[in-house]
Design a protein around this ligand. Sequence first.
Ligand code: ZN
Length: 307
Amino acid sequence: MKIFDAHSDVLYKMWMDPTIDFKDSANLHITYNRLKASGSKVQCFAIYIPEEVKPESRFEVALEMVEIFYTKIVAPFPLLKLVRTKEDILALKEEEIGVLLTLEGCDAIEQSIVRLQSLLRLGVSSVGLTWNYANYVADGVGEPRGGGLSTFGTEVVRELNLASVWTDVSHLSVRGFWDVIEVADYPIASHSNAKAICNHRRNLDNEQIEALIKKNGMIGITFVPQFLSSHGHASINDVLRHLDYICSLGGENHVGFGSDFDGITDTTSGLENFSGYEALINMLLKHYSENQVKKFLFNNFMGTLPI
Ligand SMILES: [Zn+2]
């Protein structure tokens, strides 16, 4: 079954350790070999700039990650193709896998629209506004003051609308979320779960989930154990609880997966790496029809792409 995974931090790991080989490194959750073996059709790769990078170096680091994406992921593997649109994905041959570049947090662009435009031109096709902290665009979910979109942030979202690019609300403050719902044409949460099931600040409450559904957005259920269960450990069944819940709110056509593989140290049991998708699919097929499982795994994210 085809898999569309809306979030991973492979680029961050490969930037931290340049010796990592994407083909089959034991240090990666997502490798070329695992994507091939387990049915990947579209894999998203986030540019995430760690907090310890000084503000003036962040754009440079973002460009370094773009370079890693093209030289170490796209170039060496002829079956991996850069995709940006539905049309690109539909054009993939049977054996080919689409790789989609995303930005996790606008810290690197500081207050510059041209930097955003340049990243879009370099292939970025989904933009998360913040990580957990504040930047010029908005406050992240970890800022106690909980500010929303700045004037510049509104300009950023408008630019994403014009470019037909997803605005990703994962990590954003609650107020920022509601500002985005007002302004964004294409809002998604690439890697967030349901707060009613696991009360974590990174998860979405019922009203937020319903607002995303209403705006034809997406919720990518993520495999971060702390966002799946409040018990300190999580299993594949917790993924089902979040999925059932989002479906009960009317989200059957607006839910998918954003694993956060390679962005996490603790993993969920049964989902230790990308190959865990196979067990997840088998489990889902016991609870949902094949058509529904295909929607969750691929068709919903695919159908929600702006162009
Ligand atoms: Zn994240």
